[in-house]
Design a protein around this ligand. Sequence first.
Ligand code: GDP
Ligand code: GDP
Length: 502
Amino acid sequence: MSLKVAIIGRPNVGKSTLFNRLVGKKLALVDDQPGVTRDRRYGKARLGDMSFDVIDTAGLEEAFDDSVEGMMRQQSEKAFEECDVALFLIDARAGLTPLDNHFADWLRKRHKPVYVIANKHEGRDQDPGLYEAYGLGLGEVAPISAEHGLGIELIYDILEPHWDAWKHRQRVAKQHARDAAIEALEEAAGEADDDFDDLIDVDGFADDEGEVFPSYEIEFSEDDEDEDGELIVEGSRDNSKIQLAIVGRPNAGKSTLLNQLLGEERVMTGPQAGLTRDSIAVDWSYEGRPIRLVDTAGMRRKKKIDDRVEKLSVADTLRVIRYAQVVVLMLDATNTLDKQDLTIARMVLEEGRALIIAVNKWDAIKDKAGVMQELRDKLDVSFAQARGIPVLTFSALTGRGTDSLMPTVLDIHDIWSRRIPTSQLNRWLEATTERHLPPVISGRRIRLRYMTQAKSRPPSFFINCSKAAELPESYTRYLINGLREDFDMPGVPIRIYLRSSD
Ligand code: GDP
Ligand code: GDP
């Protein structure tokens, strides 16, 4: 797409010569096979900083009958129709002919900018056509010599305002297209917000062996709904209650921590795995912020004290994770991060919840630096997708270090709920895709056009993208890491949904 300039005029005034001059190549040969019906010729012209398409109407006349109307209709009408500006050539040396006058009459009736160019003016002031041309009633006359390249700057001056206007129209059109695309994305985002299941895969969860755990229907009571009947578990925006779960293997110290947090013996602790009182949720508040501590595995029912209880119930844990917004995964520092722990952590992130890792029984550790390093290494390997997961160390038993837990919960809940304005996202997208271009697939570069936040909790984004299916996962990871870094969202899962636009 570019500005289109048509060169119009009777035969022999020098249209092809001007075309060649503007295009800079011998594209439209003067005397090129007369009589051969060719359609209009197009060339890409450059004048200074300006670039435009030139439409040449020369070389066609012999294909038509001699009648003026016939010629004009067939030769010029099409070119004129599609151009933005017309250059009407006359021969300054030869003076005006009846045919020129016919052209002028015809052009005057159209509502398009037309400029009279008096060609073949090579310094002879008395060129008759030059003065006669003013009488055409088409305004200024620009004297040039296409053959000798004289007066071409006049053509530049004529076209420049049209070029500027064209550029402006392009910008506006682009902006409209962009706005429309963003609106469509936002509409889709609205729908997605209404339908949480659209975005979050709840069909099941695969463990390390690829075994898929069935998905669980959680039964909610009225207590779990807000005034509008919305489930609080999904975090309706105006309800600031934080749903917090503390999960971990039996004996990690969950009950001890709860006692520590709540400051009362609400939950029975003991040396035996799984020995806890029946309890579903505890409403509580931290510095004025309502907190609901949701059920944790092992808390749900009193289990028989039995070795089998040592085995973590994945189904129970998954249920709890889905019920929570922020999940604290408790590890036993004397026995850290085994496969079960990693499985829980992965479940938390795959379910889109905010994760905090709390390493308990820190009082019992001598080589604190060594244990910490080992933990960090394991996390880096296992959770590249959620860089910056907060890791806390404390002793639930003595209470040392536990006071950092709740501030961390509030912080990560904020990040998890963050909304980023569309304008910022699109500026970011442009810069980020420029820094590292998306790949070229079968000759065409994948284009990431527009972006909007589909929802928060966790931060999820729509990107309008060409060939969405072909965008490699590594590129999506690059975008996610960039978002995490640039918008300061450590430790929470971030999702990107690609929408194909073609
Ligand atoms: P068209 O039929 O309007 O496309 O005209 P052409 O470009 O084929 O030119 C017709 C004749 O005029 C050719 O012999 C050109 O060499 C000549 N001509 C074109 N421009 C100029 C010019 O600026 N000065 C002079 N002296 N002759 C020119
Ligand atoms: P749960 O099964 O995860 O609820 O674990 P409990 O809270 O019942 O704790 C299991 C055992 O670990 C109990 O004997 C606790 O006293 C002990 N324990 C809990 N927290 C700590 C801690 O910070 N330090 C030490 N040394 N022992 C702890």
